[in-house]
Design a protein around this ligand. Sequence first.
Ligand code: AHM
Ligand code: MG
Length: 334
Amino acid sequence: MTKVVTLGQFIIERQSEFPYAKGELSRLLRDIGIAAKIVNREVNKAGLVDILGEAGTMNVQGEHVKKLDIYANEQFISALKSGGECSMIASEENEDVIHVNSAVSKNAKYIVAMDPLDGSSNIDVNVPIGTIFSIYRRKTEKGMCTMEDVLQKGTEQVAAGYIIYGSSTMLVYTTGHGVNGFTLDPSIGEFCFSHPNMKFPSSGKIYSLNEGNYVHFPEGVKKYLKYCQVEDDETSRPYTSRYIGSMVADIHRNMIKGGIFIYPTTASSPKGKLRLVYECNPLAFIVEQAGGRATNGFKRILDVNVKEIHQRTPIFIGSTDMVEKAEEFMRQYS
Ligand code: AHM
Ligand code: MG
């Protein structure tokens, strides 16, 4: 009989691989796993809002129904606060950083940046959504954290991961020693080790970007898109277009099948739409750890200087050969 390894067991077995290996990072990952299960339970019920009440209104029991992204934010923050290993949190849902001031946490060694529920436009339509998280070791020794602790480059991440709430729910993470994936078995309520040592295919046939923005794309992206659509037997073109509109789901699919995801600058988002600290850096870390590539079209995402927590960036991420090809077009035309 195959032995089932749960996320908790796996984290303990691999603890020696973690930087500083003192157990704190293991506990932090475990806390994130617990919050993910609670959020998953609510995400699965999202279709019942008509019965239970629309988000932002009262449900039939007269209780206030929270929007799912607010609910997810609260669950992750509460798990991180009570876990005691995180001293500061940056979240897409909060304008400012959150200092965890409890006696146990204020000297904790780790900072977490997160997008608690990414793909918000898909929440109400039963399409995969995700959670993205990034973990840094704080720079200051103890006491209240400063902005220096959170404004670290992507290269300084000690761990990063995502949860995809899809046809099944998965948690995928890295601590800089490859990428491993766990699938939630709802019957036992555990994330079970299912995708060992995930690898991004070096080339692929899928391109994912919002083509509706075509007229506003930089010239390099327009030319790359045309390249993807031209017939060529040797490189199996034309490629296939797949765009879910949930970055986690688009990148997860591409990691399994091979492909590129692009969110470039556009006329309405001249700095790009996606956020560096809690969307692009963690996904870039995971993708690089799986053998893929992530740049802003010219420069490695993980090397971009971080000036503020909600900073935006264009992103080209996925199979190395495809991202390099897109960069060639960017260098030539943009
Ligand atoms: P969100 O954080 O408000 O959900 O926005 C991020 C999402 C990504 O998951 C997705 O790739 C992108 O926005 C889709 O944007 P668009 O609708 O402009 O294509
Ligand atoms: Mg988001």
